[in-house]
Ligand binder design. Structure first.
Ligand code: KG4
Ligand code: ZN
Length: 338
C-alpha cells in the first residue's frame, strides 16, 4: 500500500511516500529554519505562507523520487494535530484536495504518534507493545504503546517540554534558533559538575516531570554572571543542563519500565537526537536488560515519512476521515473521535 504523507505542523514542510508503513520510497523536506532564525523563533504567519509555497512542488518531487505515479497511490495521510494551527491547516487542506482529486482514502495522523512511528521505519523488527519516551520541542511524555493505535500516557511534563528548555537556554546563550542541537554540541567536553542545577520532582506524581525551574535557574545564572561582568563557562553550563534534563527523563523512564514490565523501550521526537539522552537511555536499558530502539538522527526531527508509517496503521485500524476533516492546535495523542 503506497501512502502519500504530508507534514506541516511547524516549520518544516514535508512530503513522503511510504509503502506498507515500513518502507520509505521518498522523504522530502523543505525547512524554513533559516527564515525563522532571524526572529529567534517560529513566526506562525510566515510559516503558513511558506508551507503554501512549498507543498505542491514538494509533493511533485516526492512522487518523482519514489518512482510512483498518482495512479499508484493508495491513500493520503496527513498531520491534523497538534501544531501551529495555520501551518497544520495548509497540510490538511492539501491532503484533502489530493484525496478528493485522486479518489483516495484520507488518513488523519497525530503528530506525536508519527514521531513514535519513526521507530518502525528504522527498526523493521519493532512491534508493540513497548514503552516510548517522547521528547520534542513541544511535548515530553512517557507513552505506553500497547498496540499501533492504542496508547496510554504514563507521565509527562507539567510545564515546559524538554526541547523548549534547551531552546530557551540556548537562545539566552546567543545560539541561533532552534538551539537544542547547538547546545548539545557545546556540551561536548564541558565539565557538568561546575554548575549545580535543580532537578525537580512533581509531588505525588512520580512519572511526571517539570523543566521550568531548571530553565529559570540556568537563565538566572547567565544573567547574574553577565551583570557581574563574569564569563559563563558555556560548555560546562551546556553539559550541566544536558545532564539535568537527561537524568530527569531517564529516571522516570526507568520507573515506567519497572511499573509496566515492558521489555522494549523506544525514544522519539526532535530531542531524541540529543547525544547525552541517547547515551544515558542506552546505558540504563543495558543495565536493565531492556532492548532499546532509537530513530537515526534524520528521523528524529519532523518529517513526513513517520506520518506515512503511522498512517498505515491508522488505516488498518479503520481510522480514516472525510472531507469535513479539520486541523487542531492541540489534541490528545489518545485519539478522540474526530
Ligand atoms: O520533534 P521536533 O522536530 O519538533 C516538534 O514536534 O516540536 O523537535 C524539535 C526540537 C527543538 O526544540 C530542537 O532544539 C530539539 O528538538 N533538538 C535537540 C537536538 N536536536 C534537535 N535538542 C537537544 N539536542 C539535540 N541534539
Ligand atoms: Zn515534531
Amino acid at each position: 500500500m503506497n501512502i502519500l504523507s504530508i507534514e506541516s505542523s511547524c516549520d518544516e514542510t514535508a512530503v513522503a511516500v511510504v509503502q506498507d508503513g515500513r518502507r520509505v520510497l521518498a522523504d522530502c523536506i523543505s525547512s524554513q529554519v533559516d527564515i525563522h532564525k532571524i526572529y529567534g523563533g517560529v513566526v506562525p504567519e510566515i510559516a503558513s505562507r511558506k508551507h503554501i509555497e512549498a507543498i505542491y512542488p514538494l509533493a511533485d518531487q516526492a512522487l518523482r523520487q519514489a518512482g510512483v505515479t498518482r495512479a499508484q497511490l493508495d491513500a493520503v495521510a496527513v498531520t491534523y494535530a497538534p501544531g501551529l494551527i495555520g501551518a497544520v491547516l495548509v497540510g490538511v487542506n492539501f491532503a484533502k484536495a489530493a484525496a478528493l482529486a485522486l479518489d483516495l482514502p484520507l488518513i488523519p495522523v497525530h503528530h506525536i504518534r508519527g514521531h513514535i512511528a519513526a521507530n518502525y521505519l528504522a527498526h523493521p523488527e519493532l512491534e508493540p507493545p513497548f514503552l516510548c519516551l517522547v521528547v520534542s520541542g513541544g511535548h515530553t511524555m512517557l507513552v505506553d504503546v500497547a498496540d499501533y493505535t492504542k496508547m496510554t500516557i504514563l507521565g509527562g511534563t507539567r510545564d515546559d517540554a524538554a526541547g523548549e528548555c534547551f531552546d530557551k537556554i540556548a537562545r539566552v546563550l546567543g545560539m541561533p534558533y532552534p538551539g537544542g542541537a547547538a547546545l548539545d554540541r557545546q556540551a561536548q567536553g564541558g565539565d557538568e559538575r561546575k554548575y549545580a542545577l535543580p532537578r525537580a520532582k512533581v509531588e505525588g506524581s512520580e512519572l511526571d516531570l517539570s523543566f521550568s525551574g531548571l530553565k529559570t535557574a540556568a537563565i538566572n545564572l547567565i544573567h547574574n554572571a553577565r551583570q557581574k561582568g563574569e564569563d559563563v563557562d558555556v560548555p560546562a553550563l551546556c553539559a550541566a543542563v544536558s545532564a539535568a534534563v537527561s537524568s530527569a527523563l531517564v529516571s522516570r523512564t526507568e520507573l515506567a519500565l519497572q511499573k509496566t514490565g515492558r521489555t522494549r523501550l523506544a525514544i522519539a521526537g526532535g530531542v531524541a537526537a540529543n547525544s547525552r539522552i541517547r547515551h544515558d537511555v542506552d546505558r540504563m536499558a543495558q543495565r536493565r536488560g531492556v532492548t532499546v530502539y532509537m530513530p537515526p538522527l534524520s528521523l528524529c526531527g519532523d518529517n513526513a515519512a513517520m506520518i506515512g508509517s503511522q498512517g498505515y496503521y491508522e488505516y488498518l485500524a479503520g481510522h480514516t476521515a472525510d472531507q469535513t476533516l479539520n486541523a487542531y492546535a492541540t489534541r490528545s495523542i489518545l485519539g478522540e473521535q474526530l
